[in-house]
Design a protein around this ligand. Structure first.
Ligand code: HEC
Length: 154
């Protein structure tokens, strides 16, 4: 897990590298009807699965399992570079906002890991709620526009 230190963000990528690869080609930017699921969606489904494992672990007071799973949420994989390019081309000036939501989720999952390590049940529940809020915040801003843009659904 530690080896992913540099890839904790979905967008651990600089504006400079974006432009050096020349992302703004229409072929990459326009794909409203392609409908092949984004890798991002699979990453999200994996986050969802790990959140469910944590819910089950809380019910069993299995803090060791929470401690083990929380970093998988914090250090979730990133989409491949070409997909990041498509996403960045779409979100444009909102990239910073998207990244900061991702960072908030990262921090919240790390905080959850720390309270779970201390076997602090109440703390785990509070930290878990906080983590869920971080997911919700990004979804409220970005999910609908993503689904509309990348899958052409309304
Ligand atoms: C930085 C923004 C961001 C954060 C943070 C984020 N998500 Fe998402 N999530 C998205 C976007 C965008 C979509 C829509 C992706 C798509 O439909 O391809 C999505 C979709 C989903 C979906 C629906 C997948 C499907 O099959 O349609 C689930 C489930 C999900 N996220 C879970 C989570 C969980 C759990 C967390 C927190 C641990 C989380 N997400 C945090 C941006 C985010």
């Amino acid at each position: 897990m530690k080896k992913q230190y540099f890839s904790k963000k979905i967008f651990a990528i600089t504006a400079a590298s974006v432009f050096s690869v020349g992302i703004c080609t229409p072929a990459l930017a326009e794909n409203a009807t392609g409908a092949r699921p984004l890798e991002l969606r699979k990453i999200m489904q994996e986050l969802d699965k790990n959140m469910q494992i944590i819910t089950a672990s809380i019910a069993r007071e299995d803090w060791a399992l929470v401690t083990k799973i929380a970093p998988r949420i914090a250090e979730h994989p990133q989409p491949p570079l070409d997909e990041k390019m498509r996403i960045l081309a779409f979100i444009g000036a909102d990239a910073g906002k998207f990244e900061s939501h991702d960072e908030t989720t990262h921090q919240a999952a790390r905080a959850l890991e720390q309270v779970a390590e201390r076997n602090d049940g109440q703390g785990v529940i509070a930290a878990f709620a906080n983590l869920q809020n971080s997911c919700l915040a990004c979804h409220q801003s970005f999910r609908k526009p993503f689904v509309e843009h990348f899958y052409g659904q309304r």
